[in-house]
Design a protein around this ligand. Structure first.
Ligand SMILES: N[C@@H](CCC(=O)N[C@@H](CS)C(=O)NCC(=O)O)C(=O)O
Length: 226
């Protein structure tokens, strides 16, 4: 199977981490046409976003959450979700909170990275939304240290990559947006466990470097990226 998309994307890295935890080998060729917006890539993925997982028969699966669920069903062993239904629900919920309430707040912050163009009221509103999402994670996460249980699962892959993105781009730039892994609460232990885990720690480190490189190369035009 071939996974399209650069490591600098939190969605691509979610799939890479999930596959690594399950011992699934994924080839990483360049995106057809060298860009998710290319006609070549749109021909196989009309959504036009990465990641895209191409199967051996040429069919492409889009959307990181759907790709992970596909990998889980196609390659159930070792499991990437807990066993008990309520624990599986928690792992999926953590991924869903990441996608619905954290991820949409990243892009709108980018124009405000430049302090001379910053609208502090807008930043505060986005920061309040992020704080609410972190409080919800704190509330719903199960016994740890991972999002539910003693091994990383789907929810950890989704949240871990996004928190790493925020740690590299958002928390250092905005004093008013607190890093939930730096104070007290469930996310502190969770982040330590993620960093201390051999596979999660390594993939998150590589992802952090890729984010830094992407930011350095694109800082001027970031607010135009979708
Ligand atoms: N909901 C999608 C989001 C994927 C996404 O936004 N990917 C971005 C990279 S981080 C992308 O492909 N952007 C290219 C574009 O919009 O042209 C998922 O979970 O896979």
């Amino acid at each position: 199977m071939q996974l399209y998309g650069a490591l600098a994307s939190p969605y691509v890295t979610r799939v890479i981490l999930f596959a690594r935890l399950k011992g699934i080998a994924l080839q990483r060729p360049p995106v057809p046409g060298d860009n998710p917006r290319s006609a070549e890539y749109h021909a196989i993925n009309p959504i036009g976003k990465v990641p895209g997982l191409e199967l051996q028969d040429g069919r492409l699966i889009p959307e990181s959450a759907v790709i992970c669920e596909f990998l889980e069903e196609a390659y159930p062993d070792p499991p990437g979700l807990p066993t008990a239904p309520l624990d599986r629900m928690i792992s999926r919920l953590v991924a869903r909170i990441t996608d619905l309430y954290i991820s949409p707040r990243f892009q709108p912050l980018l124009p405000h990275l430049d302090k001379t163009r910053r609208d502090q009221l807008a930043v505060d509103e986005i920061g309040a939304g992020l704080a609410k999402a972190f409080a919800a994670l704190d509330h719903f996460m199960g016994p740890g240290p991972f999002c539910v249980g003693t091994v990383p699962t789907l929810g950890d892959c989704a949240l871990g990559t996004y928190v790493q993105l925020l740690k590299h781009v958002v928390f250092p730039a905005f004093d008013s947006i607190a890093d939930p892994t730096g104070g007290q609460g469930r996310l502190v232990d969770w982040w330590q466990a993620m960093q201390g885990h051999a596979v999660c720690g390594q993939v998150l480190d590589e992802y952090g470097q890729a984010v830094d490189e992407f930011m350095a190369a694109n800082r001027e035009t970031l607010h135009e990226h979708r």
